[in-house]
Write a protein that binds this ligand. Structure first.
Ligand SMILES: Nc1ncnc2c1ncn2[C@@H]1O[C@H](COP(=O)(O)OP(=O)(O)O)[C@@H](O)[C@H]1O
Ligand code: SF4
Ligand SMILES: [Mg+2]
Length: 357
């Protein structure tokens, strides 16, 4: 097992909830991220999955310093980066880059592709001296599978998939070690998703990148992730190796998410239990006591209202060494195979099309 390149512990982001216009009074807080721990190892892909609003983007923004944590630590190669400033901060920022969700709104429509991809060099001229920049941008276009001759075009002249390639080229410009990809394919057509995921896969090997890959559904991260963490209402509720999460989930929430992903074989689909969750996700301003999932959990008992389940290997699995023995924040964790063997959800990379010009 390789060393962690990024370690997150006790990460919290609470936004103040205010009332009144002139005299703003704080009446509560939005607990967007409420105690997240994970480690990203060098060269691996950690998938983070959870429904919309569970805090994924807020985690991503804290990692790349677009938001300051309310509490907690983010360590890059062992050093706490939440308190850095000046040159040390710039160096870290250079090494942890983000690819954004929506390639339609994240690229400035008035800038040429060359200026968009080359913009990070303005802040980090040491990476590419002025005279070299056009050549570097052309090289980056080529690396992400775009024609270097497109350097003077504008974003609207490209398809969604091509725009996301531009976003990726920009993310790679400073030769980072870590890429935080926040739902990089969610806005794209299924056939194009596959190409962008394949591209990310190839770039990872080529540039020895570590990925934090965020998605809202388990089928998208399946092919690309070595490990997967499942988030619910500001916390990770289960985390483990790919096979542990897909084939041996022990947390009821993961089991419910898996019961909703498509499986290829119609017969297996018939046999599978569909777990329908009761109610809506509670508001992050008013998180349930004890287990935050209890208001929707079909297994909830009295203990769940009192005691916060910790993210650890559950008691009953501690003495066994097997795929069920992974971290799961549930007092009554039980292994339950939701997706029948050999019927893992199809991922976007099952459809390997080539995108036209
Ligand atoms: N700047 C902000 N101020 C107040 N609340 C916010 C802010 N940014 C995000 N939130 C809230 O925090 C929660 C988590 O948001 P987000 O991290 O974007 O979730 P996700 O990316 O998983 O959809 C949501 O309830 C969202 O409305
Ligand atoms: S701790 Fe209780 S409420 Fe929470 S997931 Fe487990 S059984 Fe459900
Ligand atoms: Mg988001």
């Amino acid at each position: 097992m390789t060393e962690p390149i990024l370690e997150v512990s006790g990460l919290v982001k609470h936004y103040p909830l205010t009332q009144g216009i002139l005299f703003k009074k704080q009446v509560g807080s939005v607990k967007a991220v409420d105690g997240v721990d994970f480690a990203l190892r060098r060269g691996e892909t950690l998938g983070i999955v959870g429904e919309s609003g569970c805090g994924k983007s807020t985690v991503a923004k804290m990692l790349v310093n677009l938001e300051r944590p309310t509490e907690g630590r983010i360590r890059y190669k062992g050093e706490d980066i939440t308190k850095l400033s000046g040159k040390a901060l710039r160096t870290v920022r250079r090494n942890i880059q983000m690819v954004f969700q929506d390639p339609y709104t994240s690229l400035n429509p008035r800038m040429t592709v060359g200026d968009i991809i080359g913009e990070p060099f303005e802040i980090h001229p040491e990476v590419a001296p002025k005279g070299d920049r056009r050549a570097r941008v052309r090289e980056l276009l080529d690396v992400v599978g775009l024609n270097p001759e497109y350097i003077n075009r504008y974003p609207h002249q490209f398809s969604g998939g091509q725009r996301q390639r531009i976003g990726i080229a920009r993310g790679l410009a400073l030769r980072p070690e870590v890429i935080v990809a926040d739902e990089p394919v969610s806005a794209l057509d299924v056939s194009v998703q596959a190409q962008v995921i394949n591209l990310l896969d190839r770039l990872q090997a080529e540039f020895e990148l570590s990925y934090l890959f965020i998605a809202h559904d388990l089928s998208i991260v399946r092919h690309i992730s070595d490990r997967v963490g499942v988030m619910y209402l500001g916390r990770i509720v289960e985390i483990g190796r790919d096979a542990e999460i897909y084939d041996h989930p022990t947390h009821p929430y993961t089991q419910a998410l898996l019961s909703a992903v498509p499986v290829p074989d119609p017969e297996a689909r018939e046999q599978r239990d569909r777990i329908i969750l009761a109610g809506d996700v509670p508001s992050p301003t008013n998180i349930p006591s004890g287990c935050r999932f209890r208001t929707r959990c079909w297994k909830a008992q009295e203990r769940c209202t009192r005691e916060v389940p910790l993210l650890a290997v559950p008691e009953e699995f501690r003495r066994v060494s097997g795929p069920a023995a992974h971290d799961s924040a549930c007092h009554f964790a039980e292994e339950k195979r939701v997706v029948p063997p050999g019927q893992r959800p199809p991922g976007p990379t099952d459809d390997l099309g080539k995108e036209g010009p």
